[in-house]
Design a protein around this ligand. Structure first.
Ligand code: H2B
Length: 113
């Protein structure tokens, strides 16, 4: 039984590390159903839009994501707007998706608890 994604820790991002395979992508994305794979400039990313009642709540969530990123030393793109936060995970070093991105997406979801 593999541990759930949110319980795993990110490994150091290495240039040359393998991107997730098609099969791994299919298996991993099923564990984070609220996230959408997007391809931008040839780079595959995971993206989710979080909705909030106002800007203050959006900013508080943004700061939680920032703390998560620092704890894992793996960093997303975050767009913070009134009532809305868009979080996008990918691995810059490999210009694509690594297991780390799925772990961080799962951990991001847990910030809502
Ligand atoms: C030097 C390099 O930026 C660091 O090793 C880390 C920082 N955070 C990171 N975050 C993400 N998403 N991808 C990276 O490749 C990455 N690299």
């Amino acid at each position: 039984m593999t541990t759930t994604l949110a319980k795993q820790e990110c490994e150091a991002c290495q240039v040359g590390a393998p991107k997730v395979s098609e099969e791994e992508l299919a298996q991993l994305i099923g564990q984070i159903p609220d996230w959408v794979p997007e391809v931008r400039d040839g780079v595959m990313m995971l993206e989710r839009v979080f909705k909030f009642k106002n800007f203050k709540l959006a900013l508080e969530f943004t700061n939680k994501v920032a703390e998560l990123a620092e704890a894992e030393f793996h960093h997303p793109a975050i767009t913070t707007e009134w009532g809305k936060v868009t979080v996008t995970w990918w691995t810059h070093a490999i210009k694509g998706l690594h297991q780390n991105d799925f772990i961080c997406a799962a951990k991001t979801d847990q910030l809502l608890d």
